[in-house]
Ligand binder design. Structure first.
Ligand code: THU
Length: 160
């Protein structure tokens, strides 16, 4: 038996002012996206903003449904929209946040497993790493790619 340890690197910031202008803008767009989420059941309004390699920004937010599983997370709404509107442009980064009855989350929220899997597909499709920015009022976390959250993953190589 061999023990294999896997390390993830996440960077933590106290304020978005420590980030570049473009990342500050991306976070603002994610916050804006959260405000128009359709989340009448959970009241947990998630916003995502995707920065494309051509500089365009695409927003997405969670869309819930009375038949709960029919709803979709903010990250997948944003990524699917970006990949459908710009099928030849890679995604460079994604910012994510959530707004609750108490305002924006204090601690950043990580994407769910299904969203990570979709982000991983987009990385592989365009052969381009996606940088992740998770915004909370007390802390911002960044990671240089999806593997930091999903180090052991199922991907197209396994279908060969
Ligand atoms: N949600 C997202 O939009 N993104 C995530 O990564 C986690 C959860 C949404 C789904 C549902 O509308 C609400 O948050 C509560 O789970």
């Amino acid at each position: 038996m061999e023990k294999r340890e896997i390390k993830s690197v996440l960077l933590e910031y106290k304020s978005s002012t420590e980030l570049s202008d473009v990342f500050q803008k991306l976070i603002d767009e994610a916050k804006q996206a959260a405000s128009t989420a359709y989340a009448p059941y959970s009241k947990f309004k998630v916003g995502a903003a995707v920065l494309l390699e051509n500089g365009d920004i695409v927003q997405g937010n969670n869309q819930e449904n009375a038949a709960y599983p029919s709803g979709l997370c903010a990250e997948r709404v944003a990524i699917f929209y970006a990949n459908s509107k710009y099928p030849n442009v890679a995604i460079k980064s994604i910012a994510i946040t959530a707004f609750t009855q108490d305002g924006f989350v204090k601690e950043p929220i990580p994407p769910c497993g299904s969203c990570l899997q979709v982000m991983l597909e987009s990385e592989n499709r365009y052969n381009n790493e996606i940088e992740v920015l998770l915004y909370g009022e007390d802390k911002i976390i960044t990671a240089k790619n999806i593997s930091q959250f999903l180090p052991v993953n199922f991907n197209k190589e396994m279908l060969k």
